[in-house]
Design a protein around this ligand. Structure first.
Ligand code: CU
Length: 476
């Protein structure tokens, strides 16, 4: 907490003063080439010791992997490099970055990358759009120093980000960063599972909860407990700690706080202005911060989103274990390794579901309501025209597949579908997630779809949806 030497501004030595017309465009000569060292959270690649810009080759892949989200709960994460958050990338201001994005052949979805460190359209998104089994290459110069979020920007963007596709890239200033004893990578993200928090099993993504910004999980480094217990961050008394903190969102602003510590330095929004003696700092989705502190008192410090139900009920809780001699003057209380008792990794389930919407009274009302559901949920993939996107999302317009089998279509809307199907003569082998719709919503959206674009005009009733749901339950 005491102001140490590192307190003076990390980025203050930059060229970015008012008069620096050249700020952001590097006049230094780029020489040499190296491969970027990429690390998984909470690890950070080693500091850059070069005094000149170079060509840095970054090789990152996208993979869809099913892993633990919380105890007893699994999730199919879409990842950069196999885990959430994506690999940490570290370059120097002025570096020429040659980016190779590979999409694993086993992926169901195309992916791309938008790096907020890029100056150029889409942050690289269009240039890096990559089908499964392909690699895209593009280059950019890291003009501005700072800590930047990167994320996937493939439609539906919210779903790619919400499934875990975000990470951090640090562009070190020319003058480098002051040495600290520990650097760690912490990224907050939320997950919108169809099942309630703690509901066991493989949980599908809920587009509806994501649109309403009501996550079931808010976590650091990809899962509940990822930075706790044996995986806690570690430091010794008297050491300096720098946290590179990102927020992948997709929706929530983090009120980042370490219980029992005061940040000596905060590079707010990961820019160049340093603030001292900060308790809690805001990290917006798609934004980052750098915080630094010196430890003085041993114990376990909880890292939280101070929107506190997220910490104790949804998973936004990590630990920093500080070991070493006590300093009774700074803190004289009874020391205990468990200062706070988190109320458990998972989580109480409370009360009733939102009251059900009154059922549509006739087919016309069903179509009208179904249009709303379609446009808020289905159109992200199938497009509001119903034409889909060739190779990624099948058409619902004039769909022979849809019109041929009503119960099958109901099943797809309720439970999702993966694996090859043929729609109007074109094969598609992709995945539609289970969307967690109510019977009423499923009935209305399908009735709308059937009423449009030359389709068969069927009405789908909630009773028919309920029957498909019951049949599916019986099969299990
Ligand atoms: Cu993606």
């Amino acid at each position: 907490m005491k102001r140490a030497a590192l307190m003076c501004s990390l980025f203050a030595m930059l060229c970015c003063g008012l008069a620096a017309a050249g700020c952001g465009s590097s006049s230094e000569k780029v020489s040499g080439q190296e491969d970027a060292v990429l690390t998984s959270a909470p690890n950070v690649p080693p500091p850059i010791t070069r005094h000149h810009p170079t060509k840095v080759v970054v090789k990152l892949d996208t993979r869809e992997v099913t892993k633990r989200l919380a105890d007893g709960v699994t999730y199919t994460f879409w990842t950069f490099g196999g885990s959430v958050p994506g690999k940490f990338i570290r370059v120097r201001e002025g570096d020429m970055v040659e980016f190779h994005l590979s999409n694993d052949p086993s992926s169901k979805m195309p992916h791309n990358i938008d790096l907020h460190a890029v100056t150029g359209p889409g942050g690289g998104a269009a240039s890096s759009f990559t089908a499964p089994g392909h690699t895209s290459t593009f280059s950019f110069q890291a003009l501005n120093p700072g800590l930047f979020v990167y994320h996937c920007a493939t439609a539906p963007v919210g779903m790619h980000v919400g499934n875990g596709m975000s990470g951090l890239i640090l562009v070190e200033p020319k003058a480098g960063m002051p040495k600290v004893d520990h650097e760690y990578y912490v990224q907050q993200t939320e997950f919108y599972t169809a099942g309630r928090n703690g509901e066991p099993g493989l949980q599908p993504f809920s587009m509806e909860k994501a649109i309403r910004e009501q996550p079931e999980y808010v976590v650091f480094n990809g899962s509940v407990g990822a930075v706790s217990g044996d995986n806690a961050l570690k430091a010794k008394v008297g050491e300096t700690v720098r946290l590179f903190v990102g927020n992948g969102g997709p929706n929530l602003v983090s009120s980042f706080h370490v219980i029992g510590e005061i940040f000596d330095n905060v590079f707010g929004e990961a820019g160049t202005t340093v603030t001292h003696n900060v308790q809690t700092t805001l990290v917006p989705p798609g934004g980052a911060t750098i915080v630094e502190f010196k430890t003085q008192v041993p114990g376990t410090y909880l890292m939280v989103d101070h929107a506190i139900f997220r910490a104790f009920n949804q998973g936004a809780l990590g630990m920093i274990k500080v070991e070493g001699p006590e300093d009774k003057q700074v803190y004289s209380g009874k020391q205990n390794d468990e200062v706070y008792h988190p109320e458990g990794a998972t989580i109480q389930t409370l009360g009733a579901v939102a009251p059900a919407e009154a059922p549509a009274k006739d087919k016309a009302e069903r179509i009208e309501r179904g249009k709303v559901t379609f446009n808020t949920i289905c159109a992200a993939c199938h497009q509001s025209s119903g034409l889909g996107i060739p190779g990624a999302f099948p058409p619902l317009a004039h769909s022979d597949f849809l019109n041929a089998d009503k119960p099958r279509a109901i099943g797809i809307v309720l439970f999702g579908h993966s694996g090859p199907i043929t729609v109007n003569g074109a094969q598609i082998n992709s995945a539609m997630p289970a969307l967690g719709l109510t019977d009423e919503q499923a009935a209305n959206s399908l009735t709308y779809v059937y009423s449009q674009w030359g389709n068969a005009g069927h009405e789908v009733t909630p009773a028919e949806v309920a029957a498909v749901r019951a049949q599916n339950r019986a099969k299990k």
